[in-house]
Design a binder for this molecule. Structure first.
Ligand SMILES: Nc1ncnc2c1ncn2[C@@H]1O[C@H](COP(=O)(O)OP(=O)(O)OP(=O)(O)O)[C@@H](O)[C@H]1O
Length: 332
């Protein structure tokens, strides 16, 4: 079983790019992405999806088995990585016409629970954002600047984060809407609703055999955590027209994404070249540490822009994706 699966999703060209006279620079096949008309080697991944692919197909082919494992007690993480406006939020949260990975995953979890004849499940939801390197609770707005702890049995956890019991997909959707209202967004030149923070929706799944519950036993309880992560976009100040507050946010976002890139780079190296893994350099790498370096299954969806105007940004995301993919070859 691969620990880390890496796929790439290319979004369609948008109106702004077409009006600027740009065109699509890339060709996408089942597992590769290459610059059209170039003899440079293609980038290869577990899967590559063109602008025609639906999020539902990506979920069914790449994420469903990981969610199934999570219902069986294995920790799992799905995150989207890519430059600003490349489709991370579209992929994770979706829009009114196309559900995102988050709602597809939640529907799948509750459908499994409804079908289970031998297990009783409890689902708890937390929702946090990391904004300018501060961790805030999105379900409880006054609950800010939370600390990250390392716990002997719970591993890395965020102290004081609200955990709300949820009993249906609609209930989780209502919690997400509540959290979204507390989240930091801003308009940049490239995206009218740009995510200025990283967010993590954590679904804690606990299960126990029905006869053990009936007998009041405390044994045989399985607990696992599903992290659904929407990273803020990596960006260049020149493209986004950022200044003042936006520029500070951008600096903080880029710093934490750089920390994530460094962690991935080190993890992808062999043996002594690997050295110390700098998980502690940012909040996002600390929180994702168990997903990247520990006993968990992880799906990384790298979103890219097809346009000739952003070839360098797309190459940088594809390089990140290639490094992340090489982590899976090592048996830890
Ligand atoms: N695969 C896709 N198909 C159709 N539209 C898409 C797709 N991906 C993204 N879009 C559209 O492109 C725009 C930007 O996407 P999105 O907001 O998801 O980017 P992002 O990577 O989350 O950006 P940021 O990091 O700035 O928040 C949105 O209007 C979105 O609906």
């Amino acid at each position: 079983m691969d620990k880390i699966k890496v796929v790439v999703r290319m979004r369609p060209m948008n109106e702004r790019e077409t009006l600027a006279g740009q065109s699509s620079a890339w060709s996408v096949s089942q597992t590769t992405v290459s610059l059209a008309g170039s003899d440079k080697p293609a980038f290869a991944f577990d899967a590559a999806f063109s602008h025609l692919e639906t999020t539902r197909n990506i979920f069914d082919s790449q994420a469903k088995d990981l969610i199934d494992d999570c219902c069986e007690g294995i920790n799992a993480t799905v995150f989207a990585y890519g430059q600003t406006s490349s489709g991370k939020t579209f992929t994770m949260s979706g829009d009114k016409n196309a559900p995102g990975i988050i709602s597809l995953a939640i529907n799948h979890i509750f459908a499994r629970i409804a079908k289970s004849t031998d297990l009783t499940y409890t689902v708890k939801v937390s929702y946090l954002e990391i904004y300018n390197e501060v961790v805030n609770d999105l379900l409880s707005p006054g609950n800010i600047n939370l600390k990250i702890h390392e716990h002997m049995t719970r591993g890395v956890h965020v102290g004081g984060l609200t955990e709300t019991l949820a009993n249906s997909p609609d209930h989780v959707a209502a919690l997400i809407s509540k959290g979204e209202a507390n989240r930091h967004f801003g308009a940049t030149n490239m995206n009218e609703r740009s995510s200025r923070s990283h967010t993590i929706l954590r679904i804690l799944i606990q299960s126990q055999r029905k006869e053990s519950v009936a007998a009041g036993k405390q044994s045989g309880i399985r607990v696992s955590c599903l992290n659904l992560v929407d990273l803020a976009g990596s960006e260049r100040a020149a493209h986004t027209g950022a200044e003042g507050k936006r520029l500070k946010e951008g600096g903080s976002i880029n710093k934490s994404l750089l920390a994530l890139t460094n962690v991935i780079e080190k993890l992808s190296k062999e043996g002594s070249d690997r050295g110390h893994i700098p998980f502690r350099n940012s909040k996002i790498t600390r929180i994702l540490q168990p997903s990247l370096g520990g006993n968990a299954r992880t799906l990384i969806i790298c979103t890219v822009t097809p346009s000739t105007g952003f070839i360098d940004e797309t190459i940088s995301t594809l390089k990140f994706a290639s490094r992340a993919k090489s982590i899976l070859s090592r048996a830890d």
